[in-house]
Ligand binder design. Structure first.
Ligand code: MG
Length: 385
């Protein structure tokens, strides 16, 4: 039986994780739930799963929750509450599904505590990659990716000697603007950008899919998880999102990982690995006629992908800087403050103006994250207010 601390329970990964838990009550239980500001949903989740530890973003919502529940769990709030859930003594597994850099400290702490950490929060790996690897090594736990492409790579690379791997490829749907000319992409509306063709996800990651920044962050994530260089990780556009990753071997042959595009599959894989139980969706139907297409990404129309490779090659704090700039830029776009085409401009400006340095500590990288956000915000304000 695995005992989960689910960090980010009310988001899209969080609710899918609870669906997986519900399907395998003999294997999975929930001891801690940390939500954000959706207190009504969190209250319903508490009644269903009865965690002994609960946390919300705001103190007022913690007080509200204590008057609503039919039982008496520990109720916390804020960053400390998130940490209390991550390190709950009864939890052996943490699902890190908090959106953005806010999830960094709790992911690191759970790794350091020797837990199995199933990471959906790719920012933890992008921003604090070397620190996560150190915490993993020192804590002696396990780090399993929940991202579909990385779960696919985990399946493809398991037990392979690294000398046999020539390259890995992660696929990208290409997002809603795959066929659009550059000028039209740059002027895309929020509604158009949120209209993802194959995956249903939260707003931040949906915008990142439209710019291909999501794939760029995933390239950085893959480098970290599987100890690969930038030139060993490629991206292939595959709009059907059925092949999630490919492993290319030294002899020129490839293996592909295929499954339905439902996040419950990689979530279940990470929670139950190395076991495989009945899946949350029907097995892949090979009798249904399908067409799969593959093409190279266009870095001119999707400059964020090229910026991610630049940041990975620069190393140190460069990926953290890019991530911070991008979070600010995406937030500003969603608020209607900047055009879609300005998102890569903000990212490029920050990456060019702030030199990369080696990451010293969690405090160092979190401080850099804050400063980068202020700089990105200042860049935007100077041009769009
Ligand atoms: Mg992904």
């Amino acid at each position: 039986m695995r005992h989960l601390a689910l960090l980010g329970s009310t988001g899209s990964i969080g609710t899918s994780t609870l669906d997986v838990v519900k399907a395998h009550p003999e294997r999975l239980s929930v001891v801690a739930l940390a939500g954000g500001r959706n207190r009504e949903l969190l209250a319903r989740q508490c009644e269903t799963f009865r965690p002994t530890c609960v946390s919300v973003a705001l103190a007022d919502d913690a007080a509200w929750l204590s008057t609503q529940l039919s039982y008496k769990p520990e109720i916390h709030h804020g960053a400390e509450g998130l940490m209390a859930c991550a390190l709950h003594p009864q939890a052996d597994t943490a699902v890190a599904a908090v959106v953005g850099a806010a999830g960094l400290s709790s992911t690191e702490a759970a790794l350091r505590a020797g837990r199995r950490v199933c990471v959906a929060n790719k920012e933890s790996l992008v921003v604090g990659g070397p620190l996560m690897r150190k915490a993993l090594a020192e804590g002696g736990g396990e780090l399993l990716p929940i991202d579909s492409e990385h779960a696919a790579l985990h399946q493809l690379l398991a037990d392979r000697p690294s000398a046999q791997i020539r390259e890995v490829r992660i696929t990208a749907s290409g997002g809603p603007f795959l066929e659009w000319p550059l000028a039209r992409i740059r002027a895309a509306t929020v509604e158009e950008a949120l209209n993802h063709p194959t995956w249903k996800m939260g707003p931040k990651i949906t915008i990142d899919s439209a710019t291909l920044m999501n794939k760029g962050l995933e390239v950085i994530e893959a480098a970290l998880l599987f100890d690969l260089r930038a030139d060993q990780i490629a991206v292939t556009i595959h709009p059907q999102s059925q092949v999630h990753a490919m492993a290319g071997f030294t002899d020129g042959s490839y293996q592909l990982q295929v499954c339905a595009n439902d996040m419950k599959l990689p979530i279940q894989y990470a929670l139950l690995w190395p076991e495989r139980l009945n899946g949350p969706v029907p097995p892949y139907d090979w009798n249904q006629a399908r067409t799969w297409t593959f093409e190279a990404p266009d870095l001119e129309r999707f400059p964020c992908l090229a910026l991610a490779y630049d940041a990975l090659r620069a190393g140190g704090t460069a990926p953290a800087l890019l991530n911070a700039a991008n979070e600010v830029a995406v937030g500003a776009f969603l608020q209607g403050r900047i055009p879609f085409g300005t998102i890569p401009d903000v990212n490029a400006a920050l990456l060019q103006s702030v030199p990369s340095e080696p990451i010293q500590s969690l405090e160092h990288v979190l401080d850099l994250d804050q400063r980068a956000r202020q700089q990105a915000e200042a860049w935007i304000r100077a041009r769009f207010s």
